[in-house]
Design a protein. Structure first.
Length: 276
């Protein structure tokens, strides 16, 4: 069995940093974790990818082509679609190893995950090749410490879950950058009460909320009724936080469940002589 994390999220949410952090954590714990770069516009990262989409196509190829003439966003989408069309290249690069554990570092084009089909088609290929896949949706925690932004991030997470149809984990990245006051406020969002968050909106002078109050309340009821979205904080400077996130994902994709049970031989206890 082979295992994979599809590391996704908006641009600048810390996907590549997350990948390099897990690679280093794997090195420190004698565990092999590899990264595949699927961002055709990436310029640099702190890890060495085992496979790099830029060896197949670069976003500049799509933007500079006289027939295509894509912009940056269209070029990213085209590159992922081109990768899916040339899936044999990716399969050859990945090889046929057993017990692979791979992080797929994806581009920050959010529509690839919320409603387009290219990434879902890629997931289908990976599953056909024997991978247990989990999507890890990263959101910058600094944009999730007030009610309006939290509801927006939650709806984006729901869209990704529905579109990709994968076991899914939402991670709040950049916890190490929060102030102490913001960390205290964050507790409300880890186990959110939609009514309380809507109350925050009601106490503001937002014209949008006044005009669309019923819509906001309907969104809040959706989150509460289905309880589908929960966020897990990640502090990359805290080894325990990193280990907790990795263990949660391992349980989701059943990593290690088929490993052989280690049995240790023990000497039988000595029989005590009867004084009688």
């Amino acid at each position: 069995m082979r295992f994979a994390q599809l590391v996704i999220g908006p641009a600048g949410c810390g996907k590549s940093t997350y990948c390099s952090t897990l690679v280093q954590h794997g090195t420190d714990t004698n565990r092999n974790i590899e990264v595949v770069n699927l961002d055709p516009a990436a310029e640099h990262f702190d890890y060495t990818p085992s496979v790099d989409i830029r060896d197949l196509i670069n976003v500049d190829d799509a933007m500079d082509d006289e027939e295509l003439r894509f912009g940056p966003n269209g070029g990213l989408v085209f590159c992922i679609e081109y990768l899916v069309e040339n899936a044999d290249w990716l399969r050859e690069q990945l090889g046929d190893g057993d017990d692979d554990y791979i992080l797929f570092d994806c581009p920050g084009q959010i529509e690839l995950y919320t409603h387009l089909t290219a990434m879902r088609n890629l997931v289908g290929l990976l599953q056909n090749w024997g991978y247990n896949v989990c999507s890890v949706f990263l959101v910058d925690v600094q944009f999730m410490v007030d009610g309006a932004k939290f509801l927006s991030g939650t709806m984006a997470a729901l869209s990704v879950m529905v579109n990709l149809e994968l076991p899914h984990l939402n991670v709040l990245s950049k916890m190490d950058l929060l102030s102490k006051g913001a960390k205290k406020q964050l507790e409300r969002f880890l186990e959110p009460d939609p009514h309380s968050l809507l109350g925050d909106l009601e106490n503001t002078s937002s014209k949008w909320y006044t005009r669309h109050r019923q819509l906001s309340e309907a969104v809040g009821r959706l989150i509460e009724d289905y309880s589908l979205v929960r966020f897990y904080p990640l502090n990359i400077k805290d080894e325990e936080s990193i280990a907790d996130i990795l263990m949660t994902i391992d349980n989701i994709i059943q990593y290690g469940e088929d490993a052989d049970v280690k049995v240790k031989d023990f000497d039988p206890p000595e029989e005590q002589e009867d004084d009688d």
